[in-house]
Design a binder for this molecule. Structure first.
Ligand SMILES: [Zn+2]
Length: 508
């Protein structure tokens, strides 16, 4: 999974900033072993970049030409081949360069960027860096940082996602932006929108993105605004910041452009099979699951992108419902505290209370499958196991429009056969069993939760008990007060960078 949302570009407080002189911080020239010729070429490029950096530093304005050595471009076939032959390509980290500078008037900036050792690509990245530098110098910001992440698809396509952050004199971040570049590593060429997407992609993207923001609690009130509507029409220009890896394509949006205010960047990910028909390049991630129209349930619009990956998170899970009154009560408490949870429902109850399922889904909470009849699946035939899952999915789909996105086997009982059959979604267990089903006492349930709560945990509860619903009204604010973000299982796995696969078990 890509490391979206976990970028680490807030470098304002790094020691290196507090000094008075800013020079090229040439500490990053470690790279993988390459053949002599490569090293030579790379050295030339490096020296070139180095001179460029100094040139930039001393001249600041009016030096639009410091990457003019383009006559060499195109003569680097060997470099490309060397690079591509490397079996390490998938894991290559693109040891990057970083450089910092400060202008006479005091503005400073730090730009990090990757090096691919492919001249044609590195020179385009260098152009971008040059552009960033100009932006940083002319900006109102006291300090601007540019950092990047990379993604790779099919060992061939490289996406570079640059994120900028601007800080004022009080060290407060006041602006963010995102700039993406995509390349074909084998050809050494760049990929623009028209190289990647067919024309009809944009109407799909428009619809998808509008739905995404409509489902996002923080933005759903603003999706009828004129700015938003016109910024999300089916126009190529609105979707020109993108990246892709083996699983998904991500579109990036600047909050300010969408809603006329704000500083955030939204990353909207779409699983590749969903856009297979709109791609001009062939990606195996899109092909392999093309027939699976349910798409990838793990990268879904229900994942909030305003959670803080550096702050603790807990996924509360409520099993055996929905219950005619307790589920709503818990939902209300969650909503009051801007929180979400996951509900593992039983088919019988799901069929009886479709309106409550809808409420769960409308609240942005995740609905998981807990089998139709709460049976021990390891004792069932293949056919029965399938049926136990599909009956719940049918009920949930009928009520909410979507199927369940996780499965929790009753009694936590499973075996390889169960895993093989239930391979559409991950199998979710728990870190903490509150034993609320046995305690049946508000105070004891609160104590049980608070005593065992910890970052990254999945906590097992049951929304069919009054005592649990009552307890939730107290332990939810208590957890929030302790700094926990209460998230769905899906969000927890996503933000904790855990790769999720259908049929696999979590957290065990
Ligand atoms: Zn249960």
């Amino acid at each position: 999974m890509a490391n979206k949302g976990r970028h680490n570009y807030d470098r304002y407080n790094r020691g290196s900033y507090s000094g008075s002189r800013y020079i090229y911080s040439g500490n990053a020239v470690t790279r993988k072993k390459k053949r002599g010729k490569t090293i030579l070429i790379v050295s030339v490029v490096l020296v070139f970049l180095l001179s460029a950096a100094f040139a930039a530093f001393y001249m600041l304005n009016g030096m639009s030409l410091f990457f003019k050595g383009e006559s060499e471009i195109g003569s680097s076939e060997t470099t490309i081949n060397t690079f591509i032959d490397s079996s390490e390509i998938k894991h290559i980290s693109f040891n990057g360069e970083k450089y910092e500078s400060r202008s006479e008037s005091g503005e400073s900036y730090m730009i990090s960027y990757p090096l691919t050792n492919i001249k044609t690509i590195d020179s385009q990245i260098a152009e971008k860096v040059k552009y960033f530098e100009k932006c940083a110098v002319s900006s109102d910001a006291r300090f601007t940082s540019y950092d990047y992440t990379t993604e790779i698809a099919d060992n061939t396509y490289l996406s570079v996602i640059f994120r900028s952050a601007e800080y004022n004199d009080n060290k407060e971040k006041f602006g963010e932006d995102v700039f993406t570049m995509a390349f074909n590593l084998k050809k050494g060429s760049s990929l623009k929108n028209e190289d990647v997407f067919k024309k009809d992609f944009y109407s799909f993207a428009s619809e998808y993105v509008r739905k995404y923001f409509k489902n996002n609690l923080d933005t759903k009130a603003n999706v009828d605004n004129e700015t938003f509507v016109s910024a999300t029409t089916a126009d190529e220009l609105h979707f020109d910041q993108f990246s892709f890896n083996d699983k998904q394509c991500t579109l990036y949006f600047n909050e300010k452009k969408l809603f006329a205010s704000g500083t955030k960047i939204y990353d909207v990910s779409i699983s590749l099979p969903k856009i297979a028909d709109y791609l001009k390049i062939s990606l195996s991630g899109a092909e392999s699951e093309k027939s699976d129209t349910s798409g990838d349930p793990y990268i879904s619009p229900t994942i909030r992108d305003n959670l803080n990956p550096d702050k603790p998170m807990i996924a509360l899970t409520f099993d055996d419902g929905p219950h005619y009154s307790n589920t709503e009560r818990i939902l209300n408490t969650l909503e009051n505290y801007g929180s979400r949870a996951t509900f593992f429902v039983i088919g019988q109850n799901a069929a009886a209370y479709p309106e409550i399922l809808k409420e769960i889904s409308d609240a942005g909470c995740q609905i998981g499958n807990h089998s139709n009849d709460h049976v021990n699946l390891t004792e069932q035939s293949d056919k029965k196991i399938k049926e136990q899952a599909s009956l719940v999915d049918e009920a949930v789909k009928k009520a909410t429009g979507s199927e369940t996105t996780a499965f929790r086997p009753p009694y936590g009982s499973y075996n390889e056969k169960v895993q093989k059959i239930l391979n559409k979604t991950p199998l979710i267990f728990w870190d903490v069993d509150t034993e609320d089903w046995e305690l049946r006492d508000k105070k004891k349930v609160i104590d049980s939760v608070m005593k065992q709560a910890g970052d990254g945990e999945i906590i097992l509860l049951h929304d069919i008990y009054d005592s649990t619903a009552e307890a939730a009204e107290e332990f939810i604010p208590k957890l929030i007060q302790k700094g926990y973000q209460l998230v769905t299982v899906e969000e927890l796995l996503y933000y904790k960078n855990i790769e999720v696969n259908g049929g696999e078990t979590y957290p065990w």
